[in-house]
Every structure is written in structure tokens, then in C-alpha cells.
Ligand binder design. Sequence first.
Ligand code: DPP
Ligand code: ZN
Length: 841
Amino acid sequence: PQTIYLKDYTPFGYTVEEVHLTFDLAPSATRVTSRIRFAPTPEAVDKTFFLHGENLSLISAKIDGEAVKPNPTDQGLTCDVPNVPFTWEAEVQIDPAANTALEGLYQSNGMYCTQCEAEGFRKITYYPDRPDVMSVFTVRINGPHPVLLSNGNPVASGDGWAEWHDPWPKPAYLFALVAGELVAHRDTFETMEGRKVDLALHVRAGDEGKCAFGMQALKDSMKWDEDVYGRAYDLDVFNIVAVDDFNMGAMENKGLNIFNASAVLASPETSTDSNFERIEAIIAHEYFHNWTGNRITCRDWFQLCLKEGLTVFRDSQFTADMRSEPVKRISDVIVLRAHQFPEDQGPLAHPVRPESFQEINNFYTATVYEKGAEVIRMLKTLVGDAGYKTALDLYFERHDGDAATIEDWLAVFEEATGRDLTQFKRWYSQAGTPRVAVSDSFEDGTYTLSFAQHTPPSSATPDPQAQVIPIAVGLLSPDGDEVMPTQILELTQDSQSFSFPGLSAKPVPSILRGCSAPVELEHTPDNAFLLAHDTDPFNRWEAARNLAKASLLGTITGGTAPDGGWLDGVAGLLSDDTLDPAYRGYVFAMPGQSQLAADLHQAGTTPDPDAIWAASEVHRKALADRMADVLPDLYARHQVDAPYAPDAAQAGQRALGNTVLSLLSLLDGGDAAQAQFDGATNMTQQLAALAYLIRAGRGDAALAQFEAQWKHDRLVMDKWFGLQVIEADPDDAADTAKALTLHPDFNWKNPNRFRATLGTFSGHHAGFHAKDGSGYTLLADWLIKLDPVNPQTTARMCSAFQTWRRYDAIRQSMIGKELERIAAAPNLSRDTTEMITRIRE
Ligand code: DPP
Ligand code: ZN
């Protein structure tokens, strides 16, 4: 496959003044007629008239009404065109029914829908399918469906047709079309500019009862973006459509967001509290893209973080405002460390702004999204809230309507704040997680903290340079009072010291408060002290986590018993009713097993997945034993009597209640879990109880009951598939997953079901890494089978192998063979080829 480089960027030689599209829908023979007004750009160097196109049957092409014969190329066509403005007309035929890759126009349960980001529009018609080509679209849809939707505002409609016009110039990746038998949940919103917007959430019949929450989340997002960023919505309608077959979570098409059903449909009976929170965040994310992504888009796909990092940052601010800031920060950091750090530290490492790719779909990564958001968070920390606001206002003012770059983004910060961001820009250009070593000293009342930063080299960044690292630090006195509230230290050199005079005793430092930078600390803090006294909720949680980690690693490598300090500290916090229950739930949560494997590897020890599993079990049991006396009362006190609400307060109660139940189940053989399962009135209670019953070895009856109850509900059944896999013992996980693939409801072409089963399996650390290699073979078999059907989802799941070099020689050799087997599959997609090649490097 061909490699595309950022440095090779050249503008398209033509502007697109307007686009008219007509769709005559038919499952296997949809006709797409385009009429596009092009004008040569006088200053353009490259005047090649190249239009992208894939899997299109060209029926006719005309320029200014005269038939022409374009020259086909392997990725589109070229054509001789006049050196003055002209009208291009083409008619193509496509086959949505055969489109299993779910890119371009495809069908899901008989409904037509599209996914064009990043490069799906070229599967719909010939077009300069690149984000810097923006135009105004008018779309006519002819089809016998009651609902016919496209971007922008409705113009007119009649029996079997509808016409849409989007006044906002946009790149083709934001194009969308939906046609089907859908029911709408409607509402309205009045913007701060006084525009009345008709809102609709379109779903399959039967899903009407799962719309109210998503609609409220949309209205909350619209209001929040006005209040916090001063951004109002800009069309007369905002449509959201729920689709069962979808590769990603959701898509921000202008005025017509398309959502994976799992990312929008919610009801208390069928969705957990976590589902509700995730849905609220994704609705916000896609809505916020209207300004950060759509009004200001990306010049090229290397700039993906321009819209994604910023929009993830914005949605995390929103969730923090709607719920709890510390809890949101903790959960974001858990995700960052679980997904982005391994990427940054393995063969898939790439900068937040990559410099080359073969398949752009492979770069919708934790690095672009999550690290991209962290970079913006650091920028805000460095320039302050007021500086950030001035810079963002300038960004919107200056770049509205543009396809922009990271250089544009940083320039507004430099101009608005006077700060030189030359060094800061390395966060966009260098791969790798910086490691920061900490040492300290105390003399004559002056405390000195010294930092040394070091980023391990990688093939993406062979020679990393020092980064600008904002380190939030507070100091506590030996008796636990805060003697210095949080200050931001700016680490810019390889090594640097900071002094704090006027102290009467050597303080205890609390470093990297709020995880102020996406780095790893090399430092042994006084965790027990910080767990008891830190005023920063993030670092207090971090202290608990560090204690748990040290204790687990001791058990794994030295067979030591769980640490009493950790048990005392966590037991104390769990029972401390002055603390937010949701926060306490996180204090209990132990480091993930894959995370422990990473820690061991970093410390020079080869991780043994079975030993990690066993140590985690021993620790859970030790905590349950330690708290045996208080658990029943703690459980009783965190039951919610009020009618179910998916808000943070109730969710926190249930989260803590379920955490306690997980411990109780280790002591009572699952009796309390059975009682909760039998009496459950919402999915949060039901699913947690089911998990603990499976763990207690008595899940069969409950699983059967659950299946009978929910057989008709695809999203709930995804949970049923996933839960059995993730709760299986390591020895059984592969067999469990394999058996589930034989279940009549295992529709492997549905990405949600595939991920629920095989994706969940690859996240079962000890099961996936089973000694006999059965886990590797199972996943490889399925990836080889899925690749010809859906390359994007296949390639994404290859990342399960990215950490393979951590493990022992036998496991590495088994994984190596599976990677080789995948690589050798006939006609392997560009997507999967690129992923496997990079992982094997
Ligand atoms: N739909 C994906 C997202 O919103 C890609 N833009 O992140
Ligand atoms: Zn996004």
C-alpha cells in the first residue's frame, strides 16, 4: 500500500462552488447523479483534475453538458477539463446492499445510511474527497421511504422524495443521507440568538421509549456550548439517527448526526448508569463538533487532532460540569493509561499529529483523541482560563469556515496570550510518553524539588527532545496540613529544580495533581500519608492506586500477602460517608491486569498473566475479609429508594453499592447478588448482580433467565455476550467466547456484537494470554474471517496484539505466528495490512 505524507500536502487545483446530488435509492442498484460546479484556482501549481472514486460504476460523465470520457485510475479518475469554471455531471451506480464495510452508503436492517468520515464519500460518487475542499450541498433523495434525511435544512418534500439544502460549506466527509421507516422523538430548542431549532431523534419502531435521555443530553449540550464557549447552533433542524450497524460510536455529519444505537438509546431497564453517562458524553461530543470540526474543519487528515482532541476536551469539560469534576478526571486518566499509554509505548506509537499513514482509519486512535485532549488541557493550564478563552474566541472568529491546521490553532494562542509555543508544539510532533524522575531535598527551611524528563525513543520519534510539562504541585506539612496550595511548575529542560523557601519542616509533596500532564512519574511518594491527607482528590485516589499497585506487584513477584496499609487506607475511605460515593467506588477499583503487566514489563520483569490474575483475586478477597463486618451495612446504606434517575448522585450510590456487593459476593457465595438480581428494577443492578453470580460460579440460571427476558433487545444482548466472556475464569474464557460465536444470535457482521464477544475477549487479560495460545488463535481466526467483510473493525481490533513484546518468548512466538498467519491471508485489506505490519515491526 501507498504511504501518504504530511509534508507532501498540496491544495486541490479547483474550488467547488456548489454540489447537487440526486439519489435514486435501490438496495443493489442505487443511482447517484452529481452536478458539481468547479472553478480552477488561479494560483494552483497542480492543475490535475483528479476525483476520488471507489467501487463505483460510471454510467455517464459530462462537462458543461457534453459527454466526456474520463481516464480511470486505481483510486478514481482524471479528466481533461477547461481552464475556466465548468459544470461536471456524472451518474454512477452503487450497491448499498452489498456494502458490509459500512463506509459510504450502506444498509442496516433495510434502512439506508451513510458513513463518510474519513474517506467514505468516494464510495458514493466521484468527488475531490479531501477535507480542505468545502462546498454547499443540495441533495434530492428519491425513495419509497417515509423518512428521507440529509444535511442542512429541509427544502421541500413529497410522496417518495425529499430535498435538502445545507447552506454551510462543508467537506464531503460530513455528508450524510438516511432513508428508512423510522419513528421520531421530537423536541425544540431556542438558541441564544433566538433561532428555533426542531430537534428529532429517529429510531426503529420499538425504540421510542429509549429516546428521552438522549434528547435531554442534546439540549443540555446545546445550552452548555452557548454558556461556556459562546457557540450557538446554526440550522433550523438538528437530526440524530440511531443505527444498529456502525463502525464507530457516532458521527457528527452537519445537521444529521448518525449514531451507533448503543451510543444513543437508553432506558433504565436496558441501560446501565455507565451507559447513560457515555451516551450523554457522545451526544455532547458530536454536537460540539458542529463548531470544532464542522464550522472549522481540518485541512488534511494529519490534522485530525485539531477537531478530535479539542472536541474530546470539550466533552470532558461538559461531563465534569454535569457530574463530578474529580470523578471525571479519574475516569479519563484510567482510560488514558489503559489505552493511550500502551499505544505510545509500543509499535503503534505515533505523534498526536502523525506524519504519515497508509489508511487514515487506523489513526482514529487514543493518541489522537485522548492524548490530543490532554495536550489542550495542558495548554489551558499553561495560559490560564482567561488566556484560553481569549484564544478560543479568536480561533472561532478567525477560522470560521476554514480547513485549518495545528499551526493555525497554536498561532491563535500565541497571539492571544503572547506566549511562544515553539517548544510546546513538540506535544504534537513527538510520540512517546515522557517519564519524569523526581527527587527532593530540604535545607535551611528551603524545600527543593528536582525533575528530570526523558522520553523513550521510538521508531516514530527516534530522538525525542524535552517537552513543556506543566506539573501541578502542592505541599503538605508532616502533620497533614496544606502548606502550599497547588502551583504549576513548568518543566521545560531535561532537568530542572524548583525551590520553596520559608518552611519550618520538610514537607510532603503532592506531585502531578489532577494528572496535569500525560506523563509517567518515577517517584515513590508517601502514599499512605497522601491517601489520608491530600487535599487534591485526584492524587488521593492516585495514592490508593499506588498502594494497590505496589501490593499487587509484591504478591506477583514475591508472593507477599496484600499490604495492610493499602487495606486500612481503602477500607477507611470506603466507609467515609463524607466522600462522594462515586469517588469511593474509584478508590476501590484496582489497577487493571494489563496495566500491571505494563508496570512489570517497565520494571524489567516478564509479566505472567496467570500470576497477575491470581494476585488480583487474592487482593479482592483480602479486602472483602478486612471489611467483612461493615459490608452488609455499607451495602444497605447505598441502596437507592427513589425512582430511578440516571444522574450522578444516584449513579454514585449504585456504583458504590455494587462495589460493596462484589466484595460481599466473595464472602456469602453470591446470596446477596442473587437477591439483587431477583429484585432488580434497573439494568445497573441487574447486570452487576449477574456478573458477581457468574464469578461466584452460580451464574447459569441467572444467565438463562436474563437471556429469556432480553432476547428481543439487541443492545442488552450485547451485554449478555460480553459479560460471560469478561467474567469467565482465565481457563474458560476462550472456550466461552468460542461457544458464544456459535450462538444463533451471534451476528458477526454486526460490529457491536463482534466487539461484545471478540473485543471483550481480547480485553480479558489472562484469558486472551492463556498459556496454550488458544486465545491468540481464536482472535486471529476471527480477524481473518472479518477482514474481507469489514476491514475497519478488523484493523481496529488488531491492536489487541500491540503489547506482544511484553510477554515471554513462548507467548511471543505464538503471537508472532498468528500475526504472520493474518498477514498471509489472501487479499488482506489495506487497513489490516498496515496494522499488522506496524505491530510486527
Ligand atoms: N465520529 C467520530 C467522532 O466523533 C469521528 N469524527 O469522533
Ligand atoms: Zn469526534
